[in-house]
Design a protein around this ligand. Structure first.
Ligand code: ATP
Length: 202
């Protein structure tokens, strides 16, 4: 799978709809300081389900919405759409029928985010798991931000292991296992409660 296209609307400094075609091979983004290069990388993290305002260099999640300038009013929403090509059908089984996947996230002021995969509304979790399964994602090692190399060198073994697991594409499995364990624990507690009730009735 590969990233084919990135579209932004009202996201940080990208007030007008801006469409980037991502060609195969190496892509470089060049421009003067403050022109929005890092905002582009943040848009990618954001559409993959990043939910930490700090990772987005923002105070609050709504801060990703274009805040306005002296000549332009602020926007009421921000939207990022990423298109992934799936010509060799390597997408996770739930999405593998389609030759391409379109993942979008939209945030409306004070109303939170809506995610869609190929037009169908999904949970943030579904988008995060999709990207975890294809070994990329908001926290993926495929996105190297400033200062990250130094952090890796100084990382504790347990953190380094997490990075290797992300690269191996098994982070999604860990996350599903954790959810299943929580559900199992809740079911066990319910059973204990049923036992108590039955004992009282006997
Ligand atoms: P540098 O090379 O200095 O790291 P850069 O090209 O990576 O810069 P960014 O950090 O991506 O630039 O962009 C910063 C610009 O984005 C600033 O001009 C800032 O005002 C603008 N910006 C950030 N958030 C918003 C927002 N919510 N609304 C409008 N503009 C924003």
């Amino acid at each position: 799978m590969h990233f084919d296209r990135l579209r932004l609307r009202g996201f940080k400094s990208f007030v007008e709809e801006t469409d980037f075609t991502i060609s195969p091979g190496l892509t470089g983004v060049v421009g003067p300081n403050g022109c929005g290069k890092s905002n582009l990388v943040e848009a990618l993290r954001w559409v993959m389900g990043e939910n930490s305002a700090r990772q987005m260099r923002s105070g609050a999640m709504d801060d990703v919405i274009f805040a306005g300038t002296s000549t332009r009013p602020p926007r009421s929403f921000a939207e990022v759409v990423v298109t992934l090509g799936n010509p060799d059908r390597t997408a996770p089984p739930a999405y593998n029928d389609s030759p391409m996947l379109e993942i979008s996230r939209r945030i409306d002021r004070e109303a939170g985010s809506t995610y869609r995969i190929n037009g169908r509304e999904v949970r943030a979790r579904d988008v995060q798991l999709l990207f975890a399964d294809i070994a990329t994602g908001a926290h993926s090692t495929a996105i190297v931000s400033q200062g990250r190399i130094g952090q890796l060198i100084n990382a504790r073994p347990v953190d380094r292991r997490r990075i290797l697991e992300e690269a191996a594409g098994i982070t999604g499995l860990h996350s599903r296992r954790h959810e299943s364990e929580l559900r199992l624990r809740a079911a066990e507690q319910n059973l204990e409660r049923v036992d108590d009730v039955m004992r009282e009735l006997e």
